[in-house]
Design a protein. Structure first.
Ligand SMILES: [Zn+2]
Length: 494
């Protein structure tokens, strides 16, 4: 367990080990400081007025999400990717050195070390990931085809800068461009939250906690409310990337995030609380077992709960006056699929690329070409302009530069639906899966607790069985959830 808990194995040679840590620090800081400084000559007026205005990742993210002007989107996309070429040499050396360390521990390479975390032979795990992807691929293809046509694209591939996200990994930001023509207004949780002056960001957090206590979990300790960081401080810089912590392996649970009153943050609150309730559930385990059964399970728990945040639930807690009509189901499912389904091929291709880089199948003189080959194969996405090995486009994604394994996010997307379906069956929910909520159901809560309390004391198929009665990961729950949307998309596409 100690060996497979590593993400990076430093070589035993002290010189090489030191070189590796310096490279890692440099890669992460190059990414963190990454800015796009628009060329004032080429820019449109707004930028020419302020040629000194370099844009950081947040500003570029906003342009990609909000702009509907193709040249602006293209400029921002290309601009962000200029941060990466300086990382290429470091990344190449990082691959060599980290492989040296992994080999010393008995792994074939760093990728094999990552794949060995899953209580099965590394190659069997790779085959599992492929199996799950093949289950959901037809759903993704229907969504891709629909979006492509609604954007008026004549080719089979979608240019990467048109999907509302710098990596084209989640497409929810372009919902307005692809919404069904007859979609009603439906409801907008962000607007509801904004209108409720009696609910501040702590109040949003209380609503999240209340979901867990409705399942039978004990309330969070008073120290959670005193010691967490919920809003961005005015007087200093903090890392706002949301995270959840267990400080003492006992009761000192906290989150660190900069909440604003939006539907997105409402979702993130449930995600982070899922980590905290998991951490507390396994606190009785010995030190080595104080973790989720595999890294994907930790990411999936809060999202599972968030799937129960249905319109019906919002009515129950008084955030919505009445349930939207059934005719709103398709627009709501489409909005959700643009984030959750669109993410799947991206989620799996990141480590498909890295595994091949670590194994040597992809060589440094092929880094960028192979990256786009995989993005085309999995996502059906192409760069907005010709790329070459003078670029290093993989480095423009945080998890590559910072060496964070990615397969857990792909698996978590699949697992959250599997958990949701299992818990809904226990709660004897009526109606379709996307309208089902386990809110207030103690039996479902008890079953969830049973899995969480195992921590990492058993192989993950045991943990899965404790909750779902299944020992295999299974994407059919996700297909069930989106089944009405899939038929609708296919109808539209034909
Ligand atoms: Zn998380």
């Amino acid at each position: 367990m100690l060996k497979t808990s590593l993400v990076l194995a430093p070589p035993s040679d002290p010189k090489e080990s030191e070189e590796l840590s310096k490279i890692m620090a440099r890669l992460e800081s190059t990414y963190g400081k990454g800015k796009w400084c628009p060329d004032p000559e080429k820019s449109r007026d707004s930028v020419r007025d302020k040629p000194e205005a370099c844009k950081n990742i947040d500003e570029i993210t906003r342009i990609l999400a909000e702009s509907r002007n193709e040249p602006d989107l293209r400029a921002a996309w290309e601009g962000w990717h200029t941060i990466a070429p300086p990382m290429r040499k470091d990344y190449t050396r990082f691959v060599e050195l980290s492989n040296t360390g992994a080999k010393e521990l008995g792994f074939a390479d760093t990728g094999a070390m990552w794949r060995s975390k899953y209580d099965m032979p590394p190659n069997a795990f790779a085959a599992e990931a492929d199996r799950l992807w093949n289950q959901v691929k037809p759903l993704y293809q229907s969504l891709h085809k629909y979006v492509r046509r609604r954007l008026g694209i004549a080719t089979d591939t979608i240019p990467a800068h048109l999907l509302g996200n710098i990596w084209a990994q989640e497409w929810g930001n372009i919902y307005d461009l692809v919404a069904p023509a007859d979609a009603g207004g439906s409801y907008d949780l962000t607007k509801i939250l904004e209108a409720r002056s009696d609910i501040d960001v702590v109040g949003m957090m209380r609503i999240g906690e209340q979901f867990f206590t409705s399942l039978g979990f004990a309330p969070l300790p008073q120290t959670f409310w005193e010691r967490s960081l919920f809003t961005k401080p005015r007087d200093r810089d903090v890392v706002c990337h949301a995270s959840a912590w267990d400080l003492d392996d006992e009761e000192d649970l906290r989150v660190k995030m900069c909440i604003s009153k939006t539907a997105d943050y409402f979702q993130t609150i449930h995600h982070e609380l899922g980590h905290n309730f998991y951490q507390r559930a396994y606190k009785m385990q010995p030190f080595l077992y104080k973790d989720s059964a595999n890294d994907a399970l930790h990411e999936a728990i809060g999202d599972t709960i968030a799937l129960s945040v249905t319109p019906g639930y919002l009515v129950k807690i008084g955030l919505l006056d009445e349930e939207p009509p059934e005719s709103d189901d398709i627009p709501l499912l489409l909005r959700e699929a643009l984030d959750k389904v669109a993410f799947l091929p991206f989620g799996i291709m990141i480590d498909q690329w890295r595994w091949r880089v670590f194994s040597g199948e992809i060589t440094p003189d092929d880094y960028t070409r192979s990256w786009w080959d995989l993005r085309l194969e999995y996502q059906g996405i192409a760069p907005p302009e010709e790329r070459s090995e003078a670029d290093f486009d993989p480095g423009a994604k945080y998890h590559i530069a910072a060496n964070v394994p990615y397969m857990r996010y792909f698996l978590a997307r699949i697992l959250q639906f599997q958990f949701h379906r299992a818990l809904c069956e226990i709660a004897e929910c009526k109606g379709p899966l996307h309208r089902s909520s386990i809110y207030g159901n103690r039996a479902a809560g008890k079953r969830l607790e049973r899995m969480l309390a195992l921590g990492r004391s058993r192989p993950w198929p045991d943990a899965l069985e404790a909750l779902c009665g299944q020992r295999k990961m299974d994407a059919t729950a996700m297909l069930d959830y989106f089944a009405p949307l899939k038929s609708w998309l296919d109808e539209q596409n034909s």
